[in-house]
Design a binder for this molecule. Structure first.
Ligand SMILES: [Zn+2]
Length: 86
């Protein structure tokens, strides 16, 4: 998922979405304890660095200890999913 999807303002019916908390547009920059990755916003530990496409690739590369492309990661996930389903 592109990082921008987690940081851009949300709209509903052509109007800027406003929820009960002032957090609706900045979920991606919510800090996660134990996450030391540097985010594009300049902070450290934002959830975006874990759940964005770039973050998922980084996690796979850390786990596999080798370069991983997005298509390869999707294939690995599909294989894992079919193995888990039996
Ligand atoms: Zn951030």
């Amino acid at each position: 998922m592109p990082a921008a999807a987690w940081a851009r303002p949300r709209s509903r019916a052509g109007r800027l979405y406003s929820g009960p908390l002032p957090l609706s547009g900045e979920l991606g920059h919510t800090p996660v304890l134990g996450n030391n990755r540097l985010c594009g916003c300049g902070a450290t530990g934002c959830i975006e660095t874990l759940i964005s496409r770039k973050g998922l690739i980084a996690s796979a590369q850390e786990h596999l200890q080798e370069p991983v492309s997005w298509p390869r990661l999707l294939n690995l996930l599909a294989e894992s999913s079919s193995i888990l389903r039996g």
